[in-house]
Design a protein around this ligand. Structure first.
Ligand SMILES: [Zn+2]
Ligand SMILES: [Zn+2]
Length: 268
């Protein structure tokens, strides 16, 4: 199992997760030509992607969904509320998913988990490889971590998690007060501090990569965000690399795990 970020932040989000021969895109917040160009850098043919799972309808996550479907016929999955907010998506192309109810795409079993954010019905995405048992999660655009998600993030192989802002930089930065309040609210975005608090309480022995998502370009820096998350990861006993996903380019592959230690033990 491995992942690439095609870009992450308020100007666009898209993440490729690969397990076995199946590739899924989580969010498509770039025009189709940008998706095609960034995928080409990693030698990923758009046609090799089976589906796009959309976390919520905000334009930085959904801008390319309908054009990409028109071009490459990707199936589109998301909550009914999310899909209703995406324009120009033909009815036959999309499948509404109830949070908490697993669905299958290729080698993946996928579950959407509700998160608090100022969109219609936003979710995080949990992905399990059916053959391998590898587990990954993508959680961005959430103002706080609900218990239902917290419990699902232990014992993962790959975690891609929002670390949007540094509290001090947000308070003293260029944003007007109403926007600062929106970002820091329970339906806004996770701060470095909230992310560290979450990571510090997880079981992380199997984690092969922690990727920080949706960093604010005005109210955060990759150095501050990764230092904070690294400290929390070490406190929890984790040793894997911690990387901040860039906004303007593809990055990865992250992870690239082939076999879990306990499966190795069983095979001997
Ligand atoms: Zn966003
Ligand atoms: Zn959003």
């Amino acid at each position: 199992m491995r992942a690439w970020t095609l870009g992450s932040g308020s100007r666009g989000n898209a993440i490729v997760i690969e397990c076995g021969s199946t590739r899924i895109l989580v969010d498509a917040g770039y025009p189709a030509r940008t998706l095609a160009r960034r995928l080409a850098t990693a030698n990923i043919a758009p046609e090799s992607i089976s589906a796009v799972v959309v976390t919520h309808e905000h334009i930085d996550h959904s801008r390319g969904v309908a054009p990409a479907h028109a071009r490459w016929a990707w199936q589109v999955f998301g909550t009914a509320g999310t899909l209703a907010g995406i324009d120009a998506l033909p009815t036959g192309s999309r499948q509404a998913i109830e949070p908490g109810t697993p669905f299958a795409v290729g080698d993946f079993d996928i579950t959407l988990v509700r998160v608090p954010h100022d969109a219609t019905a936003p979710t995080a995405v949990l992905l399990t490889g059916r053959q391998s048992g590898f587990r990954a999660a993508v959680a961005h655009d959430l103002g706080m971590v609900p218990d239902g998600l917290r419990g699902a993030l232990s014992d993962l192989d790959l975690l891609l998690l929002e670390s949007n802002h540094d509290d001090h930089m947000l308070r003293t930065g260029p944003y007007p007060a109403f926007l600062q309040q929106r970002i820091a609210s329970r339906t806004g975005h996770l701060s470095n501090h909230q992310t560290a608090e979450l990571v510090g309480g997880l079981k992380v022995a199997t984690l092969s990569a922690l990727v920080l998502l949706h960093l604010s370009e005005k109210n955060n820096t990759p150095g501050i965000a990764t230092a904070s998350a690294k400290q929390a990861l070490q406190r929890a006993g984790g040793r894997c690399p911690v990387t901040a996903a860039p906004q303007g380019d593809i990055a990865g592959p992250y992870g690239d795990v082939h076999r879990r230690p306990q499966q190795l033990a069983l095979a001997i």
